[in-house]
Design a protein around this ligand. Structure first.
Ligand SMILES: Cc1ncc(COP(=O)(O)O)c(C=O)c1O
Length: 386
């Protein structure tokens, strides 16, 4: 059987061995602190669950939805005004997607032809380059390095690359590197995109997980953004609904229509009870979201303070549910370090190299345990002499 050459772009799962080791250690009864997962451990708010359950009791809610409910699109428009201060989003500028992960892959198919260039961050959330591979396009990796605060530095992108690029993916707060946008950064990116006729695709997955008094926002709030870009807006992390698969593409109506045309070939729409849950999330109280942000910050502090106290360099951790830690003790091989950390301390983290070449030398740790669990994980690392 000859499978599509498309699959050749996706290597073997080199981290399967890490997973097998973790399962073996768990089977031995070892205490394991699993900080490798990116799924929040917080429950969704009751009003969101109720909306889904109540809808699911009605037979008509089980039919093909085929479209986004007008109330859902309006709820997104209103949320953009209420939460992000972005006025002027109209329903034709909104379409639902079964999560940003799937959205970014489909977006590539809607926008790219073979050998087109797309600018993606390195290190990056893997679907950013995966989407390009699925579309047989070519990712150009722009680096997020400590030198520039792990932020996009468009001046480093050569003109000839920028001139042929179709779109640029930007995502802040950034998984895995934990950086957040600084004042003027988006304006700089928008000016660069305008000069080279590039569309900006902003992935806004962590607008509500941001620390030290910063307030997360939307890329679309910045001057010129509505002409130059679109935004994937996910409910997954803000509202703890990762399994429901609910997000939106928001912004330029022509781009949203092209995306919806492609998606419509493959999807009969979002399950109505999930649409009802999304409406409840978007129109309901955001107090719980704010409380959760503070709980994440306590976790961030517990982990970063602890690692610093045992001699690690303080990790980069200004936003997202992750911290990005440099390997301690002059180590350079992130995969080997993850194996060592798991075997000696029972702490499971993700090797930086799995997010791209610039991730080598780092590990990503997820804030998925309460502060006391994270302190216990740090103590296990200390006791193991790492
Ligand atoms: C940067 C980024 N984008 C998107 C996602 C996935 O979002 P969704 O659940 O909407 O597919 C994640 C999840 O970890 C992420 O880190």
């Amino acid at each position: 059987m000859q499978f599509s050459k498309r699959l050749d772009a996706f290597g073997e799962e080199i981290f399967a061995s890490l997973n097998d080791k973790r399962l073996a250690l768990e089977a031995e009864g070892r205490t394991i602190y699993n900080l490798s997962v990116g799924t929040p451990d917080f429950p969704p708010a009751p009003h969101i669950v109720d909306a889904l359950v109540n809808a699911a009791r009605k037979p008509e809610m089980w039919k093909y939805s085929l479209r986004d409910l007008p109330e859902l699109k309006q709820a997104v428009c209103d949320y953009y005004a209420r939460r992000f201060g972005v006025e002027g989003i109209t329903p034709d500028m909104v379409t639902s997607v079964n999560g940003t992960q799937e959205g970014v892959g489909l977006f590539a198919l809607a926008m790219l032809d073979e050998d087109d260039t797309v600018l993606v961050p390195d290190p990056c959330y893997p679907i950013f380059q995966g989407g390009a591979f699925i579309a047989k396009a070519k990712p150009y990796y722009y680096k997020l390095t400590a030198e520039h605060g792990f932020l996009p530095h468009v001046a480093d992108i050569p003109d000839e690359v920028a001139d042929r690029a179709k779109y640029m993916i930007v995502s802040l707060p950034a998984n895995p590197v934990g950086s957040v946008a600084t004042p003027g950064l988006y304006e700089e990116i928008i000016a660069f995109a305008r000069a080279h006729d590039i569309l900006i695709v902003h992935d806004n997955a962590y607008s509500d997980i941001i620390y030290d008094g910063e307030r997360g926002g939307s890329f679309l709030a910045h001057e010129g953004a509505l002409e130059q870009g679109v935004e994937f807006f996910s409910l997954s992390k803000s509202f703890d609904v990762t399994g429901a698969r609910v997000g939106f593409l928001v912004g330029r109506a022509d781009v949203v229509a092209a995306f919806a045309k492609l998606r419509g070939q493959m999807s009969f729409g979002m399950f109505y009870p999930i649409q009802m849950a999304a409406i409840a999330a978007l129109t309901g109280s955001l107090e719980g979201v704010e409380r959760q942000r503070m709980l994440y910050q306590e976790r961030r502090d517990a982990l970063c303070d602890g690692l610093e106290a045992i001699g690690w360099e303080r990790p980069n951790a200004h936003g997202t549910m992750f911290v990005w830690a440099k390997l301690p003790g002059g180590r350079t091989d992130s995969l080997a370090f993850c194996e060592e950390l798991m075997e000696r301390a029972g702490v499971v983290v993700t090797p930086g190299a799995s997010f791209g070449p610039s991730g080598e030398g780092y590990v990503r740790m997820a804030l998925v345990l309460p502060p006391e669990g994270l302190r216990a994980a740090v103590e296990a690392i200390r006791a193991a002499g790492i």
